[in-house]
Each structure stands twice: as C-alpha cells, then as structure tokens.
Design a protein around this ligand. Structure first.
Ligand code: AMP
Ligand code: MG
Length: 346
C-alpha cells in the first residue's frame, strides 16, 4: 500500500486524509501523548484494519477520540457528576475515561466489553482531523504491537509505512507517554493505566482514586485493562531494570558492562542526565533529568527506539521516582523489561 505523508494542517492533502478517514482508510496522526493510528469508529471494517496493520491482539480494546463534547452522547449510556468534573478539568488532555457503552459502539472497538474508552486529545492537528472527518475516531498508539509507542513522525514511518494510507507529521509529541486510563463506572474511580494526568491531579478534582492492583505486576492478578497484560513498549534487545542508590546502580551496571564486553556482548544503558558521564558501556542514551520527570517521559520512547538503531544486545536501565508522571514512566519501563536487578542483589 502507498503511504502518503502529510505535513500538518496547511498541507493541501490534509482534507483528503480527513475524508479518507471518514471513508474507512487508516490515518496516523499526532496527539499530545503519542501518535495515534485512526479509523472511523462507527465502521467495523475500518476498525478491523487497525488490528491488522499493528498486529494487535483482538482482545485489546481501542480508545475512541472525539473533538467535541457533544460527540459523547451517542457513545455512552450516562455521564456521571464525577465524569463531568473530570471532563471540565482535563479535556482536551491526556485522560481516557471508561464509560458504559451505548449500542452504537461496534463490538470490535471494545473487544466485546460493555464499556468504552473515550478521550479528547489536546493537539490542534488531532482535533482538526476529527472535526473535519466529523466522526468519532478509534485510535490506539501508532506502533507495531509490542514495540515502543511512537512520539515522532519518523517512528511512525519506521513501523507503519506501507501498512496505512496516510501519516500526518506534527513534530514530536509533548507528553511522550500515553493517556491515563480511568475507569469511572463505579463509585470510586480506578486508574487502569498511569499516564499524562497523575493520581494527584485526579484526586484534587474527585477525591479518592484507586489504582488497579494488577499494575504492581506482582502475582497473577488479571489487569482490568486488557492491554496491560501484554509485554509492551519493548526495544529489540532484552532490557533489565536496576534498582538501588545512584552510586550502587552505576557501579553494578559498569561491572556488568565490563563482563559483557569480554564476552563480545554490546551493552546499552538508559541513563538520567545526572549519571550519563559515569558509565563505560558501549551506548549510553540519556532520557532526561531525574529532577524533570516530564522531560524523561517526553523522550522515553525515542530513547528506547534509539537502542534498536545502535544494535545493542542488552540494555540496563536506571529507575525513576514513582511520583507524579514518574508512575507512568516506571509502568512503561517495567512492561518493556524482561527482568529487574534489585538493591538487595547488588
Ligand atoms: P493504546 O491505545 O494502544 O495506548 O491502548 C489503549 C489502552 O486502553 C489499552 O491498555 C486498553 O486495554 C485500554 N482500554 C481500551 N478500552 C478499554 C475498556 N473498555 N476497558 C478497559 N480498558 C480499556
Ligand atoms: Mg499502545
């Protein structure tokens, strides 16, 4: 399939892409979180193409994107008081809300669940595209299934060129990690996936918010968000998270890198800005300062993808504080990694 790359809203083909989206083609587009792979949410045949293009398991439901609050009426059974407050405070923005679905939402979007995930992205290109297409747009992240999400147009081209009709270039994404997924179908809202809107921000609007116990990745608790059960966001090489004090982590990673070098194994390190000069590995990728977790989030997936370009055999990663957006960062790093080295083992 020929893929047409479109350069933002001013491109004369932007309107063609919006029309093609409405008519059942796939269009990848920027949002403030990551790039999305869009299809007409009301057309099951179009939505099927998303699963095919990404190689996405069919039991992993999709988020429906809207550009105007009035679009929600057709898609859900009710909008509670708490939902209204969250919408007023955080839409457009990186918060996905789970509602009980109406019969108009095709089953292929919700993977048979009786709930639907909806969000209004805070990106002018995304909003204009959805508005011009005049439909709700089903869109998962625009990456091949299992790979790191895409936060720059070049990432989308690498994964999906030849598999989708259009890719709209909107430059790098600001937030860099996906939206927070919040289930509001019961009294106390529950975070199913940590993301751009933090627990602290949610609680300041609606009081107590729970977090799905399965996110701790301990034991065999089944996550309530089907997508969270898959290994995800992974670079090609095996990644190992190293926990501990900064000095211990640097020493351990340097020791392992030296051993690897003797065996001819090429080592990469995902480092904070603060420690970057201290490593003697083959490739050191800096993802941002520990004092600026928003910066770490914004560069995270690009950093993971860079290890593929460097052809490393193994990656050791520092860990980041699990507060604010740090929870989303650590959730993605845990899902991307095969194992961890704990403080006690150093
Ligand atoms: P993606 O768009 O690829 O970032 O993934 C969307 C995330 O939202 C996945 O983790 C899905 O499992 C989750 N999701 C979508 N719809 C629902 C739903 N109705 N209930 C729970 N989780 C959902
Ligand atoms: Mg995804």
């Amino acid at each position: 399939m020929k893929t047409i790359i479109i350069n933002g809203i001013e491109d004369e083909l932007f309107h063609t892409a919006a029309q093609a989206l409405k008519d059942g083609d796939l269009v990848a587009f920027p949002t403030e979180t990551v790039y999305g792979l869009g299809a007409n949410a009301l057309n099951p045949e179009a939505v099927k193409k998303i699963y095919q293009a990404k190689g996405r398991p069919s039991d992993n439901p999709l988020i429906v994107h809207i550009a105007d609050i009035s679009q929600i009426e057709d898609l859900v059974l009710e909008v509670s008081h708490k939902a209204k407050a969250l919408i007023d405070n955080f839409w457009p923005g990186p918060l996905t809300l789970i509602f009980r679905k109406s019969s108009k939402v095709p089953d292929i979007i919700t993977a048979g669940l009786d709930t639907v995930a909806i969000r209004m992205p805070n990106n002018p290109i995304a909003l204009e595209l959805i508005e011009r297409a005049a439909i709700p747009v089903a869109a998962p992240s625009a990456n091949l299934s299992g790979r790191p999400s895409t936060t720059e147009c070049s990432h989308v081209i690498n994964d999906l060129k030849g598999r989708v009709g259009y890719i709209i270039d909107g430059g790098p994404c600001d937030v860099g990690v996906e939206s927070t997924v919040l289930d509001i179908t019961s009294d106390i809202p529950m975070i199913l996936r940590p993301g751009g809107i933090t627990l602290e921000m949610l609680e300041s609007v609606v009081g107590k918010v729970d977090t799905d116990a399965a996110l701790e990745l301990k034991g065999n608790v089944k996550p309530r968000s089907p997508g969270m059960k898959y290994r995800h966001y992974s670079p090609k090489a095996e990644m190992i998270l190293v926990y501990g004090s900064q000095d211990d982590v640097v020493a351990k990673i340097n020791e392992l890198s030296a051993e690897n070098r003797k065996k001819g194994i090429k080592t990469g390190v995902l480092s904070s800005l603060e420690n970057a000069q201290k490593y003697c590995a083959d490739t050191v990728i800096v993802t941002g300062s520990v004092d600026n977790l928003a910066q770490v989030a914004s560069g995270l997936f690009d950093s993971l993808r860079k290890f593929d370009e460097e052809n490393v055999d193994i990656i050791y990663s520092e860990t980041f504080p699990e507060r604010g957006i740090g929870r989303a960062i650590m959730n993605r790093l845990k899902k991307a990694s095969a194992k961890v080295i704990k403080e006690t083992e150093i």
